[in-house]
Design a protein around this ligand. Structure first.
Ligand SMILES: *Cc1c(COP(=O)(O)O)cnc(C)c1O
Length: 234
């Protein structure tokens, strides 16, 4: 349902993408990092395939979706036209969706508990391949949120690396909405360095510049590219 909201034109999306790219480059430059250090994941959840196609036309190749089923409804068709696109699953993942997630995703950013590791390992056996994996940390230890609690992060990262080896690329977090995200970003970056993981996924439309200053190598930006999401009941 798209009530009260018009779909953005190709021109709108390419203008907004260029603006976000410019802000990423400026934020990287401001802290002495090459802008090629920071990948932009365009978060297209709740937006129609048509909008994603506009972003692809504008050169964007990496996309993030929260729900496997929604990704399955949009991305197979887009991939036939843009075979080099990359899809990241960034939402909390149920174990019974692990096989489907491994089938469709190039990256799963939300690995956060042993039963999900088990399900992903089984999927890997069945498919003969695995997506890249990020461990999601609940840096605010919020009870309602996905992610490994801080205190368990080091042990879970270690176990995940032993199990999946180089498939484990990095860490991801979503800081609490009511706090300054910087301390969370700094903690995640330090934890990734200590675990010798190269990729750090943090920062969204409201705070991606701060995330880049703290070392993000991927920022996940939705609203600033595609506009407000329609309110769809969970
Ligand atoms: C929706 C979402 C984003 C993008 O949020 P915006 O504020 O629209 O940029 C990033 N990461 C995750 C995990 C999300 O669910």
């Amino acid at each position: 349902m798209q009530s009260g909201r018009s779909i953005m034109t190709e021109n709108d999306i390419s203008t907004r993408l260029a603006a976000v790219r410019g802000r990423i480059a400026a934020a990287a430059e401001a802290c002495g990092r090459p802008s090629s250090d920071v990948q932009l994941v365009a978060v297209s959840k709740f937006h129609p395939a048509e909008s994603i196609a506009h972003a692809l036309e504008a050169g964007q190749r990496i996309f993030g979706e929260n729900r496997v089923q929604e990704a399955e409804s949009k991305f197979p068709t887009l991939r036939t036209r843009w075979p080099d696109l990359r899809l990241h699953i960034i939402g909390g993942l149920q174990t019974n969706k692990a096989l489907a997630a491994c089938r469709i995703a190039d990256v799963i950013e939300s690995l956060d508990r042993p039963p999900l590791s088990d399900a992903i390992a089984r999927a890997g056996d069945r498919l003969g391949r695995l997506p890249d994996l990020f461990v999601q940390i609940n840096t605010g230890d919020e009870p309602q949120k996905y992610g490994v609690p801080r205190a368990e992060a080091a042990a879970f990262i270690d176990a995940t690396k032993r199990r999946f080896g180089d498939r484990v690329r990095g860490l991801m977090c979503i800081p609490p909405e009511d706090q300054d995200p910087r301390a969370h970003f700094a903690w995640l970056a330090r934890t990734a360095r200590e675990a010798e993981l190269p990729a750090i996924s943090m920062g969204m439309s409201a705070d991606f510049e701060a995330a880049i200053a703290e070392g993000a190598t991927l920022v996940r930006v939705g609203t600033a590219i595609f506009g407000a999401r329609p309110a769809i009941g969970a």
